[in-house]
Design a protein around this ligand. Structure first.
Ligand code: FEO
Length: 175
């Protein structure tokens, strides 16, 4: 089934938005480096890699369906925050925005009866649940920690143990 142009446009926009997400997390990472919170910086670098892999899933889907990908200008991300809590609050908010965007692509695919795109999006629905839960959980721990430096350093160590992102998927629908 030939992929519809409206759907190509929406997926292409999301592909570019995932790259914007990667930029955001890298910007957060360098802020954490400056604060000497190297575990949180590491967590953000892994997240940057994950966002790049998300972009590549959309890229693969479009190319697998015979559509052309158009790379677009990526906006400059925010560079300064007041606290680690504020960074993760922003990260959680960003993930809710991403989820809403992906649901809208799902609505278009539903309307067009494009089951191939729906199948590809199923992975993203689960991934967004996980990403929202992760960023919300860290944000909430930082709220509990408040001004406690020892607790902040303990959480930093914990987040520094995040395993590296997996390889870029060769197909858009691999689990
Ligand atoms: Fe690609 Fe964090 O959503």
């Amino acid at each position: 089934m030939e992929i519809n142009k409206e759907l190509v446009g929406a997926i292409n926009d999301q592909l570019n938005f995932e790259l914007y997400s990667a930029f955001i997390y890298l910007s957060m990472g360098t802020w954490f480096e400056e604060q000497n919170l190297n575990g949180m910086a590491h967590w953000m670098e892994v997240q940057y890699q994950e966002e790049f892999a998300h972009a590549m899933r959309f890229y693969r889907h479009l190319t697998e369906r015979g559509a052309r990908v158009v790379m677009k200008q990526i906006a400059a991300p925010k560079t300064d925050w007041e606290s680690a809590y504020e960074v993760f609050a922003d990260a959680y908010h960003h993930e809710t925005v991403v989820t809403g965007r992906i649901y809208k692509i799902g609505d278009i695919a539903d309307r067009l009866g494009d089951r191939s795109t729906q199948s590809m999006l199923n992975w993203f629905y689960n991934e967004q649940t996980e990403e929202e839960a992760n960023t919300m959980g860290i944000r909430d721990k930082l709220k509990l920690i408040s001004d406690s430096i020892p607790a902040l350093l303990l959480l930093d160590t914990e987040l520094g143990a995040r395993p590296p992102a997996g390889p870029i998927p060769a197909e858009s629908t691999v689990p």
